[in-house]
Design a protein around this ligand. Structure first.
Ligand code: SAM
Length: 282
């Protein structure tokens, strides 16, 4: 039996056993009371500004609307929590992760700005930004439903769609002071067995994105996801991180994140590439 099917069977039989930690070591408990989870995760935050952001976003959540969401997803969680995107319902660890990013990006102190989150998921980063008065917009696929429900819980608008190689983003998205792309997976070609964008394809996308959807001065944050490349080995696309560093981005090597403060659109002249809108065309 495939490993995934074995795990599913294992948890289906014993829904009350402790849940499997995610690959990042977090054990998600989306059915526990929100305040218990918020208190539990708060203790791991050492930075005072990050903790203040965490506290503010935690206080912003409508408790009864949240409890209703837990009920909506209860049977799905009990059936297959260890594999499901319902882990995003467990807000506390995500508020911890995203309040760290919000601290890096000075979400608490920067003047009111417009923020786009591409592949926003449940919108925890935008929820924090919204509590500081920023104008926020999510861009993501319509499924799974739990993302839309979490965005609705925080009153965050979403434009539905996806980043596709060589395709423009919808015009209606507009231009932003800050674009967040974290833990993204759009660089993995669908049905390709894990084949993912090259550095050249990323460079084309970032040139297009910064020329078409940013207002200057601007901030762009990209946090990679590990994905199985052509060799089947899970790793970050390190040459992209190296390229970002050469172009002035602050990078965090532990997490493969790139933080650009930009005065103008990115240009990666040393990278041999095609313009974004010509990619993938015959
Ligand atoms: C691992 S989750 C990360 C969610 C969120 N950014 C975070 O940091 O918690 C990956 C996200 O990418 C989105 N996604 C998948 N394919 C996409 C595409 N082609 N374009 C944009 N987003 C996509 C998923 O719907 C999901 O929201």
């Amino acid at each position: 039996m495939a490993i995934v099917a074995k795990l599913r069977e294992h948890f289906r039989k014993k829904p009350n056993r402790p849940q499997r930690p995610d690959a990042d070591g977090v054990t998600y408990r989306p059915l526990r009371p929100l305040d218990e989870r918020i208190e539990g995760w708060r203790v791991v935050i050492e930075d005072g500004r990050q903790r203040a952001m965490y506290d503010r976003v935690a206080a912003s959540i409508d408790r009864s609307a949240y409890a209703a969401l837990q009920e909506k997803y209860r049977s799905e969680i009990e059936a297959a929590d260890e594999l499901a995107v319902t882990k995003y319902l467990d807000l506390a660890p995500w508020f911890m992760i995203h309040s760290r990013l919000a601290r890096i990006l000075n979400i608490d102190t920067r003047p009111k700005c417009s923020i786009l989150d591409i592949g926003a998921g449940g919108g925890q980063f935008l929820t924090i930004a919204k509590t500081y008065g920023h104008d926020v917009l999510a861009f993501d696929r319509p499924d799974p439903a739990v993302y839309g429900d979490l965005l609705a819980l925080s009153g965050i608008p979403r434009i539905e769609g996806g980043v596709m190689l060589g395709e423009p983003l919808p015009d209606s998205i507009g231009r932003f002071d800050l674009i967040m792309i974290n833990g993204q997976v759009f660089d993995v070609f669908p049905k390709s067995g894990g084949k993912r964008w090259t550095v050249a394809e990323w460079a084309s996308f970032l040139e297009y994105l910064t020329a078409t959807h940013m207002e200057y001065p601007a901030t762009l944050f990209v946090g990679l996801n590990k994905s199985a490349g052509p060799t089947g080995v899970e790793d970050f696309l390190w040459p992209l991180v190296d390229l970002a560093e050469q172009h002035g981005a602050t990078v965090e090597r532990k997490r493969a994140t790139m933080h650009y403060d930009l005065a103008e659109p990115l240009e990666f002249e040393e990278v041999s590439k095609q313009p974004w809108l010509t990619l993938g065309k015959a």
